[in-house]
Ligand binder design. Structure first.
Ligand SMILES: C[S@@+](CC[C@H](N)C(=O)[O-])C[C@H]1O[C@@H](n2cnc3c(N)ncnc32)[C@H](O)[C@@H]1O
Length: 360
């Protein structure tokens, strides 16, 4: 028994040392690849990868990847070769910087474009692969929320909606109400956008809200009794079909972001020909490069549905540490907000149902 155990241990040890020899060799090869990427030596990069060097390698000390090394030093061909060889466009180093940010900070626009393209292609592919398997139902709607100070928080102290967003909601509302038509807002939260919409006197104002705690607050504050306001209680996924069409639509829910693409699929049935659609754009704000890719992905997805998307940059102050002190994590960073404005593409608008047809 002892002997067997010992011999097994010896074998394991022998395998272990082979492993470590192998991993030393692999490491050396990977380090060579990292160097070849930094100097942009395409021949070496190709040969090293063929010989087993890993295109996805990231140095342990700082997390720098082969793609980052090539991007930082302006080697477009090397970047393209690495992407072809499966290097992930979205890996981050130990400071949470991705290859795209290395290229941005060194001013290599051609490389930024190549990395955005790679990111967009990968993300679109991901969506297509998952189109028939919707994300798990969010649990948020079954858990309590609380209005605390100026903000709305959920049970896990996540910020459902915060007062610092008010200037953004004011701009969104102003744009939505330019024609004083029929407006739809999905997600009440603090009612910031709805309060602003009311001040612009729209013809009608429909609000969809699903959370019982938020609905109770709306009831208490008199939202159910306002003359031109229709509050539709329930998840937008369950109630949209009964609502008709609108001149302006705003989408801002919570714990539901993965469903936005699903909402966009029904948008053609909701938005009138001259209508305007927008949403709260809080996607990937912690990383300007990922945010750029995400915006481009949404734009392409909406384009497939017949819409044009423009992003307007607005300066925003999302507050200091004191603003976020009671909140589990900061869901928005940076000082730029890319406000999306989505309209029917000219060729497709003519095919859409008109408001008057809707009212007949
Ligand atoms: C970020 S807040 C909206 C904030 C709002 N724009 C404002 O100006 O205060 C999100 C709201 O969407 C609601 N919500 C989340 N999922 C929903 C769903 N599937 N259908 C309808 N409302 C939903 C939440 O209960 C919450 O009130």
């Amino acid at each position: 028994m002892m002997a067997a155990t010992n011999s097994e241990a010896t074998v394991v040890q022998a395998e272990g040392s082979q492993d470590s020899v192998k991993s030393q060799a692999q490491l050396a090869q990977n380090e060579e690849l990292l160097h070849a990427c930094a100097v942009g030596d395409l021949d070496d990069i190709g040969q090293l990868i063929k010989a087993g060097a890993e295109s996805f390698y990231q140095r342990d000390s700082d997390g720098k990847s082969c793609l980052m090394a090539a991007a930082e030093n302006g080697h477009l061909d090397a970047v393209q070769l690495l992407l072809q060889e499966g290097a992930p466009w979205n890996a981050v180093d130990r400071s949470a910087r991705c290859a795209g940010e290395y290229a941005v900070s060194e001013g290599y626009q051609d490389i930024v474009d190549a990395l955005v393209d790679a990111g967009v292609r990968a993300e679109l592919l991901f969506y297509r692969m998952h189109v028939n398997s919707p994300p798990p139902a969010p649990k948020y709607l079954n858990k309590p929320v609380r209005y605390q100070g100026d903000d709305l928080l959920d049970e896990e102290d996540r910020g459902v909606m915060m007062l610092w967003e008010k200037p953004l909601m004011d701009v969104h509302a102003q744009l939505m109400c330019q024609t004083h038509g029929d407006v739809l807002n999905v997600g009440f939260g603090l009612g910031l956008i709805d309060t602003a919409i009311q001040s612009h006197l729209p013809r009608t104002h429909t609000i969809i809200e699903a959370h019982p705690g938020v609905l109770a607050k709306m009831r208490k504050d008199g939202w159910m009794d306002k003359p031109n306001v229709r509050v539709v209680e329930g998840r937008w996924q369950d109630v949209l079909e009964q609502l008709g069409t609108f001149d302006a639509i705003f989408f801002d829910t919570f714990d539901d972001v993965l469903y936005m693409q699903e909402f966009h699929q029904v948008l053609p049935r909701l938005l009138r020909p001259d209508g305007l659609y927008s949403f709260f754009n809080g996607i990937c704000t912690e990383n300007v490069f990922f945010q750029g890719v995400a915006c481009q992905v949404v734009k392409l997805q909406l384009e497939e549905l017949g819409f044009d998307t423009e992003f307007h940059t607005i300066e925003v102050d999302s507050g200091d540490d004191a603003t976020w002190k009671d909140v589990a994590f900061r869901y928005f960073s940076g000082s730029a907000y890319y406000l999306p404005m989505i309209t029917w593409h000219q060729d497709t608008a003519a095919d859409q149902p008109t408001a008057s047809a809707e009212r007949q």
